[in-house]
Design a protein around this ligand. Structure first.
Ligand SMILES: Nc1ncnc2c1ncn2[C@@H]1O[C@H](COP(=O)(O)OP(=O)(O)OP(=O)(O)O)[C@@H](O)[C@H]1O
Length: 252
């Protein structure tokens, strides 16, 4: 559904992405994982056309995204930090974006709007919102248009535990509708039972990209945090010419 082919991006002298390639399909929930500054948001922004790569092609349903913005109507995007006109109220922002997307009101997905009780906050100005409330508005907007693809950049950052759980349930139910979900998070426990594939990004490169089942088989671990730690240890051991120990031995 989305093909990223040999994408590179420099910011000045800094190589943010270095010949990245991967493929995403409907029904997958792909976690982009990696340390701060490894390039996850830059990958997301190149898919969204917000960062133009120096090299490489991105295809959406077989068509290059270069010079054709219509594919963006099929993507719901929740940014790491939502930026909105600070003087507008929540109600005005929701109306403005609904008008731009031209989706009739009865076709809008209002589930998160209801669950987060946004209706009680419509007159609040965006500039006065707490970080968590701003995040709830971003979540409503990302899911509201029933898009085929959801791109969620640290979606639960700043949300209280109940709201995080509401959002997680929503992501799960959208995934079951055969949508493609691409998600970044530093809290690996919240990705357990959600993700189908892991892309581990390091210094602008993909260190591994595998299905969660393959990784669990390879490492003998269940939980994502332990799967990732184990994979990195095994890879380091291979690179340093040391035979990797059986996983259980590594933890003893
Ligand atoms: N517009 C820009 N100009 C200059 N450097 C940039 C720009 N955007 C990103 N970078 C740099 O590219 C690198 C990758 O940034 P990116 O935001 O993709 O990392 P990330 O993996 O999403 O990090 P985090 O986990 O902290 O969100 C960082 O070193 C960042 O400073």
């Amino acid at each position: 559904m989305i093909s990223v082919k040999n994408i590179s991006k420099r910011f000045g002298k800094f190589q943010a992405l270095d010949d990245i390639s991967f493929q995403c399909e409907r029904g997958q929930c792909i976690a982009l994982i990696g340390s701060n500054g490894s390039g996850k948001t830059t990958i997301i922004k190149t898919i969204l056309g917000m960062v133009i790569p120096d090299k490489g092609i991105i295809e959406f349903e077989g068509k290059s995204i270069a010079n054709d913005w219509t594919y963006r109507n099929d993507i719901g995007y929740m940014p790491q930090i939502g930026r909105y006109p600070e003087n507008m109220t929540i109600g005005q922002v929701l109306d403005m974006i609904s008008d731009i997307r031209k989706i009739p009101e009865k076709s809008l997905d209002q589930e998160l709007y209801e669950a987060f009780r946004i209706g009680n906050l419509l007159n609040k100005k965006m500039g006065t919102l707490s970080g968590g409330t701003r995040q709830k508005v971003s979540a409503c907007l990302a899911f509201m248009f029933n898009s085929k693809v959801l791109i969620l950049d640290e979606p639960s950052a700043g949300l209280d535990p109940i709201s995080s759980e509401i959002l997680r349930d929503k992501i799960l139910s959208e995934k079951k509708k055969n949508k493609l979900v691409i998600i970044t998070s530093h809290i690996l426990s919240e990705l357990d039972d959600l993700v189908t594939n892991i892309i581990y990004v390091q210094d602008g490169n993909i260190r591994f990209h595998e299905s969660i089942h393959a990784l669990q088989r390879e490492t003998g671990e269940e939980k994502l945090s332990r799967v990732i730690t184990s994979m990195l240890r095994q890879e380091d051991a291979k690179q340093n010419g040391v035979q990797p120990k059986a996983l259980k031995d590594q933890w003893l």
